[in-house]
Ligand binder design. Structure first.
Ligand code: ADP
Length: 447
């Protein structure tokens, strides 16, 4: 097992990884920008190294600085966390070239899944159901028009290098498609430096359902069931839950089995998430994330398994040591992503925390790096806390979530707490009847 792990991230996820390491008897090294010198992940780590100025480009994305920090502290492995370097194949490659273990998949697997066109082709050849669409990238607007004619409108143009919902455009007919095609290419070029786009049939009322997988380096792979992440705004997840109110045990075992089989066939290692749209009882693959996800906590609550610990174990070469039968699902879990942002305009709201009280009690987990007096810097993601609740049943979970949201106090900045209180009081949410458009309709953002 590793003796020392460098955590190449910040905020709640750096803390989450530190906690797993601590419980495994592994020393931790935090890295931080000058804006994060007082951050909780720095305070709790055994050692810390400043890797640059506030801008992420010069610090958390600065590969030479991170590798130097690992060298001078004598770390054996680097955990990239979520975002920043987590899906950067070149970083994974350089980490290993410098003699450290990358806690994540091989650079090759990151590369395959990072290009969504290649990803779709790869998993489709292994029996994964996919959304009907173009067979590859669309090089010209004529290609796009011909593909749309074949699969039928409405269609969605997506960026091959996509992420965070960027570069996606819907078209209801040929005129709109001409425009959407150019817009999507421009947006993709700006966001990812790669303007390759592809097309999918636009599904009208799907749910977003994803399967958590884990594979070791000895040919074993398992799945940990699903998370329903259909409550979204601008294709970004806001609330996640597991199990999905829309699936039964048979559907879970079916799609989970396919997902575990695909990662086994690929020779994948580590944790991963296979994302699907689910409509009229059918699953359609959309992408695979080759990293830990924000909402991994939901799965931990219903399986009792520490996924970060598992991720570190398999990175160190340990065999899983258990099969699919050992994974049991108990009760229900819901996570609210709490952002420092205005609840109506969604504008970021950085600033100093003045008054902080986190809820507690049975079945309540708060993953956050906040503390009273902490100053949220304006340079990074606005996620400041994850409230994750567990209950024996979905109803118990909802009641517990309601009281936990009532107790939660985050003063000094605007947060999305009021939005969450509203979402969980809506009859549709209480009944579990929502799709990926539901939240935007509720907020009046869609006609
Ligand atoms: P990204 O990597 O940018 O997050 P995804 O492919 O994961 O992109 O899609 C993000 C979200 O966009 C999905 O959860 C869903 O809400 C929506 N979406 C993606 N593909 C489709 C589709 N074919 N039809 C309808 N909605 C889609």
């Amino acid at each position: 097992m590793f003796e020392k792990v460098l955590i190449a991230n910040r905020g709640e996820i750096a803390l989450r990884i530190h906690r797993a390491c601590r419980e495994m008897g592994i020393h931790t090294v935090a890295v931080h920008s000058t804006a994060d010198a007082d951050a909780m992940h720095v305070r709790l780590a055994d050692e810390s190294v400043c890797i640059g100025p506030p801008s992420a480009r010069d610090s958390y994305l600065n590969i030479p600085a991170i590798l130097s920090a690992a060298t001078i502290t004598g770390a054996d492995a680097i955990h990239p966390g979520i975002g920043f370097m987590a899906e950067n194949a070149q970083f994974a490659e350089m980490v290993e070239e410098h003699g450290f273990t990358f806690i994540g998949p091989t650079p090759e697997h990151i590369r395959i899944m990072g290009d969504k066109v290649t990803a779709k082709r790869t998993v489709q050849s292994l029996g994964m159901p996919c959304v009907p669409g173009s067979d590859g990238p669309l090089d010209t607007v004529e290609d796009a028009l011909a593909t749309a004619k074949r699969i039928g409108y409405p269609v969605l143009i997506k960026a091959a290098a996509g992420g965070g919902g960027k570069g996606m455009k819907v078209a209801l007919g040929p005129e709109q498609l001409r425009e959407a095609y150019q817009l999507a290419r421009g947006e993709a070029r700006g966001a990812f430096g790669n303007d390759q786009v592809y097309m999918e049939k636009y599904l009208a009322k799907p749910r977003h359902i994803e399967i958590q997988v884990l594979a070791d380096t000895h040919g074993n792979a398992v799945h940990f069931g699903e998370r329903d992440c259909s409550v979204q705004r601008r294709h970004q997840k806001v609330v996640e839950e597991g199990p999905s109110p829309a699936l039964n045990a048979e559907q879970r075992a079916h799609i989970g089995g396919i997902a575990a089989n695909v990662v086994r066939e690929l020779g994948y290692r580590g944790v991963g998430t296979i994302e699907f749209l689910f409509e009229d009882g059918q699953f359609y693959f959309i992408e695979m994330n080759t990293r830990l996800q924000v909402e991994h906590t939901v799965t931990e609550m219903i399986t009792g398994i520490d996924l970060v610990r598992e991720q570190i174990r398999v990175a160190a070469g340990a065999p899983l040591g258990y099969g699919q039968d050992a994974i049991r699902f108990q009760g229900h879990s819901i996570e609210c992503r709490i952002n420092a942002e205005h609840p109506d305009t969604f504008m970021p709201s950085p600033g100093r925390i003045d008054g902080y009280h986190a809820p507690g009690g049975l079945g309540v987990r708060v993953d956050s790096a906040l503390y009273d007096g902490y100053r949220i810097p304006p340079h990074y993601d606005s996620l400041i806390a994850k409230l994750v609740v567990h209950g024996a049943s979905r109803n118990e979970c909802l009641m517990r979530l309601r009281r936990a949201l009532e107790e939660f106090v985050i003063g000094g900045v605007e947060t999305s707490l009021p939005l969450h209180r509203r979402i969980i009081s809506e009859p549709d949410f209480i009944n579990g009847s929502y799709d990926i458009h539901w939240l935007e309709h509720l907020l009046g953002l869609k006609g």
